[in-house]
Design a protein. Structure first.
Length: 357
């Protein structure tokens, strides 16, 4: 990743309000019962095991953001005024390139922490523990301006579909010192041997052209039969999307229309489909054209699909590629036509929403 590309993307968004996982674990959640008395803690869904102390850090509060524990945060405190939070969660697209870009944009533009010194920025691909893939993860650290002002940083890697992100801030360490502490803590994580090898980390660059979605799209009303037929192609679209984002030879870029609230990512060769990544917590929406031949009229429309890796939601189709602003406004404002349960054991169980408007 070029430092200039990452810093430009982050600093261009600095005026927007802070959001996303950078504020956790202070937000509301479920505290694991009896965690203070337990000598060790295990995240059953991923297999991560954490002792009460690790790599010079004491384990603190554990917060669940869903009842099943598929999105958790674990706080740590060091003896040198260094604090860290480890996040383990699912994502609609488990891409280190996308979510490290989002996390870095949020982190580097968060003025509450201090003003980042661009000359201190460190970007270091690394090989995660437990055989998750050589050089498939990335660490990003930067110092604050001012003598002894400290530093902030993160690491991100994928372990069998789980995003494992560490955020760390220190008021005493330099960027290089913080990078070393991040590497030590991540390297000490006790995870089961990975059954999948994540692809090589690839830097996210700015797109050379603009997304072809400046004119607002219109919703297309379809009957229940048509909506069911659309649901039948979602599985193939999901597989196609997952394969595209994990292709080591593919080139992906960040569109210039990205904002602090969300990033827009697409293939460098495509202007009529894109992924909108909310904040940096794993939720995304994907918009693309689909074809149904003679089964549905009109036969070529655009679908918007939302996913956080545990649940997938399909919205009514559009007559053209929706704008990013339209996509960002869908959750909570437009009823879906169908949803799918992506949790292990659910086998993608579908629910048809008959009240969609």
């Amino acid at each position: 990743m070029h430092k200039s590309s990452l810093l430009f993307g982050a600093l261009a968004l600095a005026a927007a309000p802070a959001l996303a996982q950078d504020d956790a674990p202070t937000r509301s959640g479920f505290v694991e019962p009896g965690q203070e008395a337990q000598p060790a803690w295990k995240h059953e869904p991923s297999g991560l095991a954490l002792p009460p102390a690790i790599a010079g850090f004491a384990r603190g509060k554990i917060t669940r953001f869903d009842e099943e524990g598929r999105n958790v945060a674990i706080a740590f405190r060091g003896t040198d005024d260094t604090f860290a939070t480890l996040y383990v969660y699912r994502a609609g697209v488990p891409s280190v390139a996308i979510w490290s870009d989002r996390a870095a944009s949020v982190m580097l533009s968060n003025s509450k922490l201090g003003e980042v010194d661009p000359d201190t920025l460190i970007i270091a691909p690394f090989s995660p523990p437990a055989g998750a893939g050589a050089d498939s993860g990335v660490r990003i650290s930067a110092g604050f301006r001012g003598e002894g002002a400290g530093a902030t940083g993160l690491s991100l890697h994928v372990h069998d579909g789980w995003l494992v992100k560490l955020r760390m801030t220190s008021r005493s360490l330099s960027a290089a010192g913080l990078d070393a502490r991040i590497a030590a803590l991540v390297g000490a994580l006790d995870l089961p041997r990975a059954s999948e090898t994540a692809p090589l980390y690839a830097a996210m660059e700015e797109c050379e052209n603009r997304l072809d979605a400046e004119k607002p799209a219109k919703l297309v009303a379809l009957d229940m039969t048509a909506n069911i037929l659309i649901g039948g192609i979602i599985g193939s679209l999901r597989d196609e999307r997952a394969g595209a984002w994990s292709d080591p030879d593919a080139r992906w870029c960040r569109d210039a229309a990205s904002r602090r609230e969300y990033g827009i990512y697409r293939s460098s060769s495509s202007r009529n489909s894109y992924l909108l990544a909310y904040g940096d917590s794993g939720t995304s929406l994907f918009a693309a054209r689909y074809g149904m031949g003679s089964l549905i009229k009109p036969s070529r429309l655009f679908l918007a699909v939302q996913s956080d890796g545990t649940r997938e939601v399909v919205y009514p189709p559009f007559d053209r590629l929706p704008t990013p602003a339209q996509m960002a406004g869908l959750p909570g404002n437009l009823a879906p036509v169908m949803s799918f349960d992506l949790r292990p054991g659910a086998d993608g169980a579908a629910t048809i929403h008959v009240n969609a408007e």
